[in-house]
Design a protein around this ligand. Structure first.
Ligand SMILES: [Zn+2]
Length: 586
């Protein structure tokens, strides 16, 4: 893509041009300068200006006049929510991956003009403000410009509007995909149910700039699965299609739309404004992402789009991941949030101990949201719920908005959430205790008791089955199975001294030749049994002794699906929890 940047009214002194190093909603470094070539900096008359390179992402122009013109080419071949992708069917543009900008110009408005390839029938999907013609748009600030990904292609569009007090915002689903218009039409009906149900949590929509919200989708075989939230739009990418992956696509849409409140407007102070020059560290992602991860599926279920058994299976999967992960005792969920710079689509060539020291703040945060919601409901008979906390955060931190478009004037901190939870419950001691134990501590809530209130059973998946621990294995090179990840702290394999890359070739007197044999050897043993294990490490055969434990994994199932009978109280609890929170006065 050719980019032509005109900067008028450049003040005297060095002009510092930058490519972003990160992108709103992504917390690691992505170093977008790497794909920029052929940078030419001139004055308005086309005379070349001399440029120095202070760092890998900067171009500095010391001597210049009133206006400066910058031209360059940028490469991109990744269809997701973070990067740039250009091919003969579209230009899928995430602005930080494409646009150079000038330090100190952050509050200036920008005009963006898109030139589509000659002869193409590409249209333009974006939250940028419409301009005087169909290819010209504007952004009031750099923050808004960088938050406005744009898809240029022959996409299909469906839309609907939902009256909301004095406003009637328009919602568009714009899909560059391999499916049919009828499929998009049908999906859009479900999206409308999601949009209405998400509003029921907060009682109102945000005031979308332009009174519109766009779901911009690239559902193409070449796409990478991703979803990225923005103020008035989301980018949704998947190699799947509506026909084959409808539930997954809707799940992603529900999650991203919830972000229109939670993170876009109810915004962590640590992310406001987003720092395009560096990684962005936030101790609040357990709420920003984790609570959104709880609500995405909850909204889908409340909207009648997922069956109960699937909803509970997904909750159980998340809880299982947290309960069985040794990392819970190593870092708190606040500290996990602060790890995003290293884990959020971040890449490194050296190995890490994350298998043992990291749990996704999406997963742990969603499990905390679930536990808090059930606790509040149990203790107040549903008078106070997690919906009330989200609504209170919305009123205090989200709804007031920002004086400048793209900014949030009243962002929150973890302390603000603690205080707000105290206000909502009328019990600051409860809120302080919740934070001390579960946000800045390592405790787990009593999920068995909480689930029982809702008639759900949290049970072992393989009762009585012996296990070496939750190990990832793959076929090895010595005829056995190789441990593909670090052995979990405290697991039988860890205690026996087994580690990543060890290749197990014998358990007891059974030779291990593949994953199936590895699983069979455990299934035929008993928890507590001691067995010799032969393994190959760095080319040398060694033997150790392992004491097997019971398979620790659990699943969450509706009691009636496990042969039990729901009590009236359980039925009512579950029904109130899983139905729309539209109540008196709301
Ligand atoms: Zn998210």
């Amino acid at each position: 893509m050719d980019v032509d940047l005109m900067l008028p009214d450049v003040p005297p002194g060095p002009l510092e041009l930058r490519m972003s190093r990160s992108s709103p909603g992504r917390y690691a470094m992505h170093e977008f300068a790497k794909n920029v070539v052929d940078v030419r900096v001139t004055d308005a008359q086309g005379t070349a200006l001399s440029v120095t390179r202070p760092d890998p992402h900067g171009w500095t122009v010391r001597d210049h006049g009133n206006s400066v013109r910058v031209r360059y080419r940028v490469y991109g071949d990744r269809i997701d929510g973070t990067y740039l992708a250009i091919d003969s069917t579209h230009a899928h543009i995430n602005m930080p991956a494409a646009l150079m900008w000038a330090q100190g110009f952050e509050l200036r408005p920008a005009v963006v003009q898109f030139d589509v390839p000659a002869g193409s029938n590409w249209k333009i999907a974006t939250q940028l403000f419409p301009g005087p013609d169909a290819r010209t748009f504007s952004a009031p600030t750099l923050q808004y410009l960088m938050d406005s990904p744009t898809e240029l292609s022959a996409f299909s569009v469906r839309s609907f509007s939902v009256p909301d007090g004095p406003r009637t915002p328009v919602f568009r689903v714009l899909a560059h995909h391999t499916g049919t218009d009828a499929e998009l039409e049908s999906l859009t009906g479900d999206v409308e149910r999601v949009v209405r149900e998400a509003r029921n949590v907060y009682g109102e929509f945000p005031a979308f700039e332009g009174n519109a919200y766009s779901f911009i989708a690239d559902w193409l075989p070449a796409a990478t699965g991703d979803g990225m939230e923005h103020r008035n739009s989301t980018i949704l990418t998947s190699p799947g299609a509506i026909r084959t992956n409808r539930a997954d696509l809707l799940d992603s849409m529900s999650h991203e739309f919830f972000h229109a409140w939670n993170v876009e407007r109810i915004r962590p102070r640590s992310l406001e404004p987003f720092n395009l020059n560096d990684e962005n560290m936030s101790g609040e992602l357990w709420l920003a992402e984790g609570f959104t991860n709880y609500y995405g599926p909850l909204v889908l279920h409340r909207a009648g789009l997922t069956p109960l058994a699937q909803f509970t299976a997904d909750l159980g999967g998340a809880l299982n991941a947290v309960v069985t992960a040794p990392g819970r005792l190593v870092r708190t969920v606040e500290e996990m949030s602060q790890m995003a710079a290293f884990t959020d689509a971040a890449t490194a060539i050296d190995r890490t101990s994350f298998d043992n020291t990291f749990i996704s703040y999406y997963t742990w945060g969603s499990v905390i949201a679930l536990g808090l919601d059930l606790t509040l409901r149990a203790e107040t008979d549903h008078r106070v719920t997690l919906d009330d906390l989200m609504r209170a955060l919305w009123r205090k931190y989200g709804k007031p908005g920002g004086a400048r478009v793209g900014y949030v004037d009243n962002p929150y901190s973890n302390d603000d959430v603690r205080t707000t939870l105290g206000e909502v419950t009328g019990n600051q001691a409860l809120a302080d205790d919740f934070f001390r134990r579960y946000i800045t501590g390592h405790d787990l809530m009593d999920y068995d008791a909480l689930f029982a209130r809702a008639g759900l059973i949290w049970r072992r998946i393989n009762p009585g089955r012996a296990s070496l621990g939750l190990l990832r294995v793959q076929d090895g090179v010595n005829g056995g199975v190789r441990l593909a990840a670090g052995t979990p702290f405290g697991s039988p394999a860890y205690v026996a001294g087994l580690d990543r890359d060890d290749e197990i070739v014998q358990i007891g007197d059974v030779a291990i030749r593949d994953t199936a044999g590895y699983l069979r050897a455990q299934a035929s043993a008993k928890p507590g049994q001691r067995l010799p294990i032969t393994f190959v490490r760095n080319g040398a055969r060694q033997t150790t002794t392992v004491t097997l434990e019971e398979d620790s994994r659990r699943e969450l199932v509706p009691a009636e699906n496990a042969g039990a009978t729901l009590t009236d109280a359980q039925r009512r609890f579950r029904q109130v929890w899983l139905s729309s929170p539209v109540r008196n006065g709301f």
